[in-house]
Write a protein of this length. Structure first.
Length: 127
């Protein structure tokens, strides 16, 4: 089973995951809203603010993927999305997609209050 760790307080993220849930084959994915329970992602060594910043997926072999690699892992297991995974995974496209997603993820993280609050709390806790 593939475990998807997502930010359920982000409206865009939540809508996208809800769409994936509707089209996914039953028993393929475990969907974990880290704003409800972050213990699974923290056990993997991912700090909560970093988990909020990027999508994270643990594949069926327990390998962790983040960002574009996480999306590719999901898409490869979705009907109708395998071709997009192949396209985005191309050596010429993947680095561009990675940069674009990274820029978008940083912009999204910086504008959402719950992400900034998590970052402040984490920074204070680390001191």
């Amino acid at each position: 089973m593939i475990t998807v760790f997502y930010d359920g307080q982000c409206g865009l993220c939540r809508r996208e995951i809800e769409y994936y849930k509707r089209i996914a084959l039953e028993g393929t994915f475990k969907w974990v809203d880290i704003t409800v329970d972050a213990s699974g992602i923290e056990v993997l060594g991912i700090a909560y603010p970093e988990a909020l910043k990027l999508l994270h997926v643990q594949d069926e072999n327990r390998k962790l993927h983040s960002g574009v690699e996480a999306f590719l892992t999901i898409w490869r297991h979705m009907r109708g999305w395998k071709h997009l995974a192949k396209f985005v995974g191309l050596p010429v496209i993947r680095p561009i997609a990675t940069r674009l997603y990274g820029a978008f993820a940083a912009w999204r993280f910086n504008r959402l209050a719950h992400c900034q609050s998590a970052l402040r709390d984490y920074t204070i806790k680390k001191k």
